[in-house]
Design a protein around this ligand. Structure first.
Ligand SMILES: [Zn+2]
Length: 324
């Protein structure tokens, strides 16, 4: 029912009926018979609306409280795990700092192993450009060849070199044997100028490969991203008449790649680093594996052990970190 009060149209709440305009009722402003009921309905509707809003607000508040609680619990768990496993349960601020230093050491070690640099010539040739991009980063041998708690990488080097290379080979292998992460065995086999690959070993050979642009090269095969065979080639074209230091440097360098190591620097104009994986114009100053590569080999092939040593020199804790 639609009511008119003067010019004002009154429509009872809840009424769905529409009548024609009744002149007798116009201007009298009668109380619509359903007004009370309508007001009640209206009040109820308002109440319900209010209740709904309150319920919504309550739900939102409950949700907010729940989220805050979950966040707090996550923060507490994260803090506990960081304290226990990351920082190794420090009891005071000094020990916590030592823990942070350990984490930093691991992080920076992993970063330096990426060994990103520019490609430039090594001596009078290149040994990897266009051949194997993985030579630019540390890539370990497959787990089948690694005993992390028993000497690290256990590997055989097959000596397929002719007599003119025996001295360089023996001295380079002995230099790499200084690593506590390597158990290297050598086996002299028939001279192989074709340098055929053999599964599970490093084959070392020599031949005149011509004006290839590389003095020595290392070729590796991978399984699931890890090395399963490697061939080290010495190029007589450049090295046939080279001096001993030059030949020894290249032998050390390519065997180093065979063990999974990347270059330590690829700009020969940079200052010598004193290790054979550094590009250099002074091979005599870079003939040894060097401490940096020994450290990388430990990281690749041994169980990592971090000792927290206090100022008085007492080892207070040992933590093992497996790489993979
Ligand atoms: Zn190289």
């Amino acid at each position: 029912m639609v009511w008119y009060c003067g010019n004002k149209k009154v429509e009872p709440a809840g009424s769905s009926l529409i009548s024609s305009i009744d002149d007798s009722e116009a201007g009298e402003c009668p109380t619509p018979p359903v007004e009370k009921k309508s007001r009640k309905s209206s009040q109820t509707a308002t109440k319900t609306k209010k209740n709904t809003r309150c319920a919504d607000r309550y739900d939102r508040e409950v949700t907010c409280v729940n989220m805050a609680l979950v966040t707090l619990i996550v923060l507490m768990i994260t803090s506990f795990l960081t304290w226990k496993y990351g920082l190794k349960e420090p009891q005071n601020w000094e020990e916590a700092q030592e823990g942070f230093q350990d984490i930093w050491a691991v992080t920076s070690d992993l970063w330096t192993e990426r060994d990103i640099g520019s490609f430039l010539d090594v001596l009078n040739g290149r040994d990897n450009e266009g051949y194997d991009p993985l030579l630019r980063q540390a890539v370990p041998w497959d787990n089948d060849y690694i005993e992390r708690d028993n000497g690290g990488l256990h590997l055989t080097l097959q000596n397929a070199l002719d007599d003119t290379w025996q001295a360089e080979f023996e001295i380079a292998v002995d230099d790499w044997r200084e690593s506590d992460a390597l158990q290297l065995t050598t086996e002299r086999v028939t001279v192989d100028n074709n340098c055929n690959t053999v599964d599970g070993v490093i084959v070392v050979c020599n031949a005149n490969f011509g004006d290839t642009g590389w003095v020595g090269i290392n070729e590796r095969s991978y399984r699931r991203g890890f090395i399963v065979s490697s061939v080290v080639k010495m190029n007589e074209y450049y090295l046939g008449d080279a001096d001993f230091g030059h030949r020894r440097y290249v032998m050390c360098h390519e065997i180093g790649h065979g063990l999974g190591l990347p270059h330590t620097d690829e700009n020969p104009d940079n200052a010598d680093l004193g290790n054979c994986l550094d590009y250099t114009f002074s091979p005599d100053a870079n003939m040894l594996p060097g401490d940096v590569n020994m450290a990388k080999l430990r990281g690749m092939y041994l169980t990592r052990i971090f000792r927290r040593v206090k100022e008085d020199g007492i080892v207070v804790e040992t933590t093992q970190l497996l790489r993979r």
